[in-house]
Every structure is written in structure tokens, then in C-alpha cells.
Write a protein that binds this ligand. Structure first.
Ligand SMILES: Cc1ncc(COP(=O)(O)O)c(C=O)c1O
Length: 384
């Protein structure tokens, strides 16, 4: 048998590697708080569970869910997009559901012919699923350098017209995991103009968009009615619903949605109808993501001031629930990892997101107040 060489040769997904490290530390009797997963520890928005329970009470006959989601769920997404961004999206032709955005991101490249030499472009520091999906499907991948100088956003001016012609899919993730960088409205408009000029698809992964700390929400591609864009949204972070697996794909261009529905039908990725009932309840309310963001802001403020008191440089932190930082006395990601483990905290070395993450690390603070207080005590113990 010839297994997929990518599976045989590629390095272990960083979460698995760090979890193995955690197990090892626990076996040695060392207590370490894991801050590696963007998986909120605070409760799910309560109406979600109530709606799912009510839907289950009526769920006497089990039927396959529709791949594209129920019309009621897609209508809820459409109503939310209109309220939040003024976007006019037809629930039947411009929106489909997904089982959380991760699977939709992974499957997206199946939409395209990759035998023509065209490439998938991703930031050099990224949520690992973009690169994993390219690797396993043997898709030519280009990494666009991210660094402190370009504000951790791909430099659109550094790309030549000849290069733009090779792009088929351009992943943009704002607010960005792991760095928290936020693309401005002008940046997104420029990118979407380039997509039109060079005929590529912008895939805009916006799962942190509703957890922001400024007065205005970060810009969204839902504000710009481009025919060259697909927006990936998730209820995981805004409503603390990671375990439910609910998200949506939206496009002002119905052709992408039509082809995606066709492509996804045999995958079996329809979300159960009773879970979609929870999604509808979550999308009916815009206030709880504001409340959750406010609670995260309090934690962010405390943690950033502890880190800064120790001489860390913390980047951005205006949205999402990650801290991305470096320290002049701990020059490598591995130095940062080990110093934090010594203090009782497991964080993610920046290199887990790409080689350009060297010298940085990411800490997730989607934790309870009690855990946050423990992190603060651990940070005070941290030797630098
Ligand atoms: C940038 C980014 N995109 C997508 C996801 C996937 O989230 P979900 O599958 O829960 O929607 C995550 C999860 O951490 C993420 O960080």
C-alpha cells in the first residue's frame, strides 16, 4: 500500500505534540496550566442549550440533515449579516452552513483544479489547517511573509503582477490567529480589487471578528460586496460553542455557494437540525459577544500588564483571546516555551504556526477568572 506521503512524512500537528508534552509533565508530577487551545472555558451562551434541548424534545424521527443547512438557520445567518454589516445575502443561494469552520477550511481546496500550476496563498504564520489541507491534497502552497515590520499582515505591495497571476486562493484571517493583527477596511478593499484584477478567490476567515476591544468591529469582507470572496464565520468563539460545531460560509457570488453545495454533498458535513436550532438562538442575539469580549478585555488587561512588567513585548491584542509576545532575554520560541513551563504554564511556541514565528509565543486567555488568577501568579514566578 502507498499511503499519502504527506501523512507519513509531515510533522505532528502542534496541538498533539504539545498535548504529549503536557502528559509527560503531568506524569512527572508537574502541574502545568495548558493555554494552548482557543477553546473557551466559560459557559456557552445559555439560550443555545435551551434551544437544542427544546428541538431534541421534538426530534422523534431522525433524518439526515441537509448539507447546506436548514433554511431557518441560513435565514438566521442572513438576518445577522444584515443587522451587523448591512450585508444583503439571500439565504437560499448565498449562504451555507458548516460543521464549524475548520472542516470547511480544510475542504475548500476541493473546489478547484490544482493541476494548472496555480497556488494557494497563506500567511507565513497561520492557523495550521490551511497548510495541512494543502499538504494532504498536494496543493502548491505559497507562504506570504509576516513579521513585526509588516504588522503581521501580508504586504500586498511586495507581490509582483507576474506572481499575482499564479494565485488561485488567498487566505486572509483577520483578526489573526496567532498574532491578533487586524486588517483595515482599506486593506481588504485593496485585496478584493486585486482578486478581481487577477481572478482569484479571497477566503476570509473571520472567526474572531465579534470579539473585539475597540469601539468599532474589525472590518469584514461582508461589508464589501465583492464577487471574488468567500467569508468563513463560526459560532465557536462568539457564542462559546466550540463543541456544537456551527458556522457558515457566505458569498455575494452565488456560483461559489452552488459549487460548494455540490462539492460538499458527498462529504456528509450536514450539521444536525437540533444543533442548528442552537445556532439560530445564538445568532438572534448580538449582545452576548459584546459581554464576552468585555470579560476577555479585563483578563487581557491584567495579563498584558503582568507580561509588560516582566519586559515582554506584547503585539496588538485588540481582538480575539490570544496574546502574541516576545522577550529580548528569551530569544527563541523554545526559550519562551521552557521558561513558561518552568513557571507552570504551557503556551504555544510561535514556530508552531510557521518558521516566521521564531522568537514569539502565543498564550490563550479564553479561561475562567479563577484560571486567570492562577496564570497571574505563575507569571510572577516566571524567571526572565
Ligand atoms: C483562525 C481560525 N480559523 C478557524 C478556526 C476553526 O474554528 P471552528 O472550527 O470552531 O469554527 C479556528 C479555531 O481555533 C481559528 O483559530
Amino acid at each position: 500500500m502507498d499511503f499519502n506521503p504527506y501523512l507519513v512524512e509531515s510533522r505532528t500537528y502542534f496541538v498533539s505534540a504539545l498535548q504529549a508534552r503536557l502528559k509527560e509533565l503531568n506524569a512527572q508530577g508537574k502541574e502545568v496550566i495548558s493555554l494552548i487551545m482557543g477553546d473557551p472555558l466559560e459557559p456557552t451562551y445559555p439560550p443555545v442549550r435551551e434551544a437544542v434541548q427544546a428541538a431534541l424534545a421534538d426530534y422523534t424521527v431522525s433524518q439526515y440533515p441537509k448539507t447546506e443547512g436548514s433554511l431557518a438557520y441560513r435565514q438566521a445567518v442572513s438576518d445577522w449579516a444584515k443587522r451587523y454589516y448591512g450585508a444583503e445575502l439571500d439565504p437560499e443561494t448565498q449562504i451555507i452552513s458548516c460543521n464549524g469552520s475548520k472542516e470547511a477550511i480544510f475542504h475548500l481546496p476541493l473546489l478547484f483544479d490544482w493541476t494548472t500550476g496555480k497556488e494557494m496563498w497563506i500567511p507565513s504564520l497561520s492557523y495550521p489547517v490551511y497548510a495541512e489541507s494543502a499538504g494532504i491534497q498536494h496543493i502548491p502552497l505559497r507562504l506570504l511573509p509576516l513579521n513585526a515590520e509588516n504588522g503581521f499582515l501580508p504586504d500586498l505591495d511586495a507581490i509582483t503582477p507576474e506572481d499575482w497571476k499564479r494565485c488561485q486562493v488567498f487566505w486572509i484571517n483577520s483578526p489573526h490567529n496567532p498574532t491578533t493583527a487586524i486588517a483595515s477596511r482599506e486593506y481588504l478593499e485593496r485585496l478584493l480589487k486585486l482578486a478581481e484584477q487577477y481572478n482569484f478567490l479571497v477566503c476570509s476567515d473571520e472567526c474572531y471578528n465579534e470579539l473585539y476591544y475597540g469601539d468599532e468591529p474589525p472590518a469584514s469582507c461582508l461589508e464589501i460586496p465583492s464577487q471574488h470572496c468567500l467569508v468563513f464565520r463560526s459560532l465557536s468563539k462568539r457564542s462559546h460553542m466550540t463543541g456544537y460545531r456551527m458556522g457558515a460560509l457566505m458569498s455575494f457570488n452565488p456560483e461559489y455557494i452552488r459549487l460548494l453545495s455540490k462539492m460538499r454533498a458527498p462529504l456528509g458535513v450536514g450539521t444536525p437540525d437540533f444543533i442548528q436550532a442552537g445556532g439560530i438562538a445564538a445568532l438572534a442575539d448580538d449582545e452576548h459577544p459584546r459581554e464576552y469580549a468585555e470579560r476577555y478585555r479585563v483578563k487581557r488587561d491584567k495579563l498584558v500588564s503582568e507580561l509588560e512588567a516582566k519586559g515582554f513585548d506584547v503585539f496588538g491584542a485588540q481582538a480575539g483571546f490570544y496574546l502574541w509576545f516576545s522577550h529580548p532575554s528569551l530569544p527563541t520560541s523554545s526559550d519562551l516555551l521552557e521558561a513558561f513551563i518552568d513557571a507552570g504554564l504551557l503556551i504555544t511556541p510561535g514556530t508552531a504556526f510557521g518558521d516566521d514565528g521564531e522568537g514569539y509565543a502565543r498564550l490563550c486567555y479564553c479561561v475562567t477568572n479563577e484560571v486567570c488568577e492562577k496564570i497571574i501568579l505563575a507569571l510572577r514566578r516566571l524567571a526572565v
